[in-house]
Design a protein. Structure first.
Length: 583
């Protein structure tokens, strides 16, 4: 397989498991291809019998020809369906592997990728590879075998005439390569522009309210038009190359055919070739034209799809920085003691985010983290479920290093209620029991309802058409922020974790929604170790400890009253918020 480009060789592991289907398809393909020289032979015999006026021989040949076409059709059906099956299975395996690999990546890997571009790679780029595999199996290989079979028969008929036929082949081969390289370059440009266009659309649809608020519809339309126009030009240049390619190669083929007829006429006149055998030879040449054309098209598609193959396999080249240890063990049920020891952390740009942070949280303790944006609050809590790993220091739960346990057992014991809750397409019940199989959800409806009641969500869920079976649209559109947040709390209640992270869970809510959410949170926090990343300081006055972070360091610690009395950074932040709330 050394003749295959590297990006296509990487497809072999996905094709190899389906080799039995492929071998069965190849058997059908060989049967189909073997009829091609036979057709050329029968045309020659028909020509001979017509010249002789032998009606009985013509009738017999007609029945034989009919039988050949029946057998040919059966072989063709087997070839096409079996090869399509193998191609579709291989591409489904590839898509599943790419998706699984993306799921294994850490948050830092996703931060460097555009969501729209990832979507294009998982959908249209992989579909493009599927189409190429189908064409390779269904068209390219049969056409190559057909050419080998027919050319072998032509050599048998008259090797001198066959040699003349092949004179123009090197020139046509060079033209294939030149046009193919041009098309491959243009295809990569086009695929990248489609990815840019998809990413831009994702951004526009996600920020449609901001676009409306700034009356920026015309501005966005111009930007979208520019991207669309760039893609149009790139695709038009591709079509221009194709439009030049086919006439040029067609002209070379026509010259070859004319040369064959001239030499054939000379051979017949010299008595070296019977006329009926030349008819077989000319039929063979005709049978070669369509396979040559299809090989041309397939080589073009193969080169163009190389860009898609590169883009898909580039995802496999992304490596996670947060890895589960080979000898990782499940984390035992925890009591909730958390320790951050000598933590240094930075993102990819190496700018320090946390500097020598030390923190111990006892089981059942409620600790709040406050400070300005960029002080390291969210970064610190993201180390606990191993969304990231610190460059220095250790994070422990109940004395166990989190790097020594499996991801699933760790994260199943940590509940997270984020600032903005994203709901998934499905039912309310599926969103509360997120991660559970459909069969399990039906058997745990009582627990789901109980969790919703604790989260102050039961009443509004009952008012929805269908109740817990009500369909949730993409992202939870149609539900208010407070309703989405209470579903997130119900999700955490159902998980029943001993450790709970509240990441600014009420900062984006109005007063009425905040009251309902805060009441639900207070119920959820009972008998759990809780770390709160706080924006509204009024919500953390009852925390056991409040830690003030600034530039990645803990600069103040204490409860609400002691920090107010000390008159430090926390007191200044609290008084500033209180003054704004009083205005």
């Amino acid at each position: 397989m050394a003749w295959l480009p590297e990006n296509y060789r990487r497809l072999i592991p996905y094709v190899a498991p389906h080799r039995r289907v492929i071998f069965a398809a190849l058997a059908s393909m060989i049967g189909f291809v073997s009829t091609m020289p036979l057709l050329a032979y029968m045309v020659g015999r028909l020509t001979k019998f017509l010249g002789e006026g032998n009606l009985s021989a013509i009738t017999e040949l007609a029945w034989i020809t009919f039988g050949v076409f029946v057998v040919r059709g059966i072989f063709q059906y087997g070839q096409d369906t079996l090869m399509a099956k193998a191609a579709l299975q291989a591409i489904t395996d590839l898509r599943a592997r790419v998706y699984a690999h993306l799921q294994s990546l850490d948050l830092a890997s996703f931060a460097s990728q555009r969501t729209g571009d990832l979507t294009v790679r998982l959908t249209s780029d992989i579909d493009k590879l599927g189409e190429i595999l189908r064409r390779f199996f269904n068209q390219f290989i049969p056409c190559v075998l057909t050419i080998i079979a027919v050319v072998s028969y032509l050599i048998y008929l008259n090797w001198q005439l066959t040699l003349v036929t092949l004179v123009v082949s090197p020139l046509i081969g060079w033209l294939f390569g030149w046009f193919g390289n041009k098309l491959a370059d243009l295809s990569r440009t086009s695929q990248e522009q489609i990815a840019d266009l998809s990413s831009r659309l994702y951004e526009i649809f996600s920020a449609i309210r901001i676009i409306r608020a700034f009356a920026a519809e015309d501005y966005e339309q111009r930007r979208f038009g520019e991207l669309s126009d760039e893609n149009r030009l790139a695709r038009f240049r591709t079509e221009q190359i194709k439009a030049i390619q086919y006439p040029v190669i067609g002209l070379m083929q026509a010259l070859g055919v004319l040369l064959v007829f001239w030499v054939g006429a000379w051979q017949i006149s010299a008595g070296n070739l019977p006329a009926f055998e030349f008819a077989s030879f000319a039929t063979g040449i005709g049978l070669l034209l369509d396979p040559v054309r299809m090989i041309t098209e397939n080589l073009n598609e193969l080169r163009q799809a190389g860009a898609s193959a590169d883009r898909v396999f580039e995802l496999f080249d992304l490596k996670p920085t947060v890895l589960q240890a080979p000898d990782a063990v499940p984390l035992s049920p925890v009591k909730g003691r958390i320790e951050f020891s000598n933590i240094d952390f930075s993102y990819a740009d190496d700018r320090p985010v946390l500097n020598n942070v030390n923190l111990r949280v006892e089981p059942g303790e409620v600790v709040a983290l406050v400070g300005p944006s960029g002080s390291g609050k969210s970064s610190l809590v993201n180390l606990l479920p191993r969304f990231y790993d610190p460059q220095q220091g250790t994070v422990r739960i109940d004395g166990t290093d989190v790097r020594a346990v499996t991801f699933k057992s760790l994260r199943r014991q940590i509940g997270i209620v984020p600032q903005e809750t994203l709901l998934f397409s499905g039912t309310i019940a599926q969103n509360i029991a997120y991660g559970c199989d459909e069969a399990d959800i039906k058997g745990m409806l009582d627990r789901i309802v109980r969790a919703a009641k604790i989260a102050n969500a039961h009443e509004f869920i009952q008012d929805l058409p269908g109740g817990y079976d009500a369909k949730v649209s993409e992202g939870g559109r149609g539900l208010s922020g407070g309703q989405r947040q209470r579903i997130a709390i119900a999700r955490a209640v159902l998980l029943d974790p001993k450790i709970l992270i509240l990441d600014e869970a009420t900062s984006a809510l109005d007063n009425e929604s905040e009251a309902l959410v805060q009441e639900a949170l207070n119920r959820l926090m009972q008998d759990r170790t809780v770390i709160i990343v706080a924006h509204r300081l009024s919500t953390i006055r009852d925390a056991d400890r409040i830690l003030v972070l600034e530039r990645g360091r803990i600069i103040e610690a204490g409860n609400h009253l002691s920090l107010i009395d000390s008159g430090g950074v926390y007191a200044a932040l609290y008084n500033r918020q209180f003054e704004r709330a009083s205005v």
